[in-house]
Ligand binder design. Structure first.
Ligand code: MF3
Ligand code: CO
Length: 294
């Protein structure tokens, strides 16, 4: 096979774990993948394609992930510190039998990323950082339950925010919806980024290039990298079973970022202007996609 997997006889048991004969299960599917690979397309290896059992596991993880963000949504307010958000995420996640994926991930010191105003991503919760009316903050929660990963983030507007900030938050959420509308099985991953980039630019914004979405499910970050500045018709084929996040970071000013913070994590806009991000996790299906966490 195109991915180095073994060639199965038609009466062999299918590789997918269904227990059915290959010819009654994934034989036609694999033929389609092989033909695309032979035609020069980038085809994800079958090891990345999630089984119904994997998807069920991710959904149990996502139930906690969504619950954490709902909890944050209910409690976030002016005067709350980003450290308190970290405590909520930490406690809620463990109380629900799960683990916050960021904790100790490549040395990340907290359970959640809190990215305020000009912080693009990977903001570290801090007891001295008090949220005030007018701030916009991304809370990015990633959850491990029974070995399955879920990952989503939302923007929160603290008290009354400027019309410009509210517009950025709204348009960035709409950009995720525009990206979702471009998820079509057997088409290309690049269609998503092309749609998002065009939409952001039409609003006078720019899209961060260095960070993007990622495959997810059995690991925190799997292939493929999901860029939001791609060309349509390029990149991997959106094969049913492929699971990944859509999480554009959209800047009010220029796309350039500043990664010079000595803590090694916090990423800021180079021009100091506001930035926003929403993140959802999906799996490609035969009909389109299924939303897993948001
Ligand atoms: N949650 C981020 C993502 O969407 C990853 C954060 S890595 C961390 O991929 F270590 F900073 F948590
Ligand atoms: Co992510």
């Amino acid at each position: 096979m195109y991915d180095g997997g073994p060639h199965l006889g038609r009466n062999d048991e299918c590789w997918c774990g269904s227990g059915r004969k290959y010819k009654k299960c994934h034989a036609d599917f694999d033929e389609r993948l092989e033909a695309l690979a032979n035609a020069g397309e980038e085809v994800p290896p079958r090891s990345l394609l999630k089984t119904p059992e994997d998807i069920a596991g991710v959904k149990r993880s996502a139930a906690v992930n969504i619950g954490v963000l709902d909890y944050v949504a209910e409690h976030i307010a002016p005067g709350v510190t980003t450290e308190q958000i970290d405590q909520w995420v930490h406690d809620y996640t463990f109380e629900h039998g799960a683990i916050p994926a960021p904790l100790d991930y490549e040395g990340f010191p907290k359970s959640v990323c809190t990215s305020v105003n000009e912080v693009v991503c990977h903001g570290i919760p801090d007891p001295d950082q008090v949220l005030a009316a007018g701030d916009i903050v991304n809370v990015d929660c990633s959850t491990i339950k029974d070995g399955y990963f879920s990952d989503s983030s939302r923007m929160f507007m603290i008290g009354e925010v400027s019309p410009e900030a509210a517009e950025l938050v709204k348009v960035t959420k709409e950009a995720v919806e525009v990206g979702l509308a471009a998820v079509k099985p057997w088409r290309h991953l690049g269609d998503i980024g092309a749609a998002i980039n065009k939409f952001a630019k039409a609003h006078g914004y720019s899209v961060v290039r260095e960070f993007g979405g990622h495959g997810i499910g059995l690991e925190f970050h799997e292939e493929p990298f999901v860029s939001f500045v791609t060309r349509a018709g390029t990149g991997p084929i959106l094969v049913p079973g492929l699971m990944f996040t859509i999480e554009p970071m959209i800047n009010m000013g220029k796309h350039r970022i500043d990664m010079s913070d000595p803590n090694g994590w916090t990423v800021r806009t180079a021009d100091g202007k506001l930035t926003a991000q929403w993140e959802v996790q999906i799996v490609v299906t035969d009909e389109g996609y299924e939303l897993l966490s948001w």
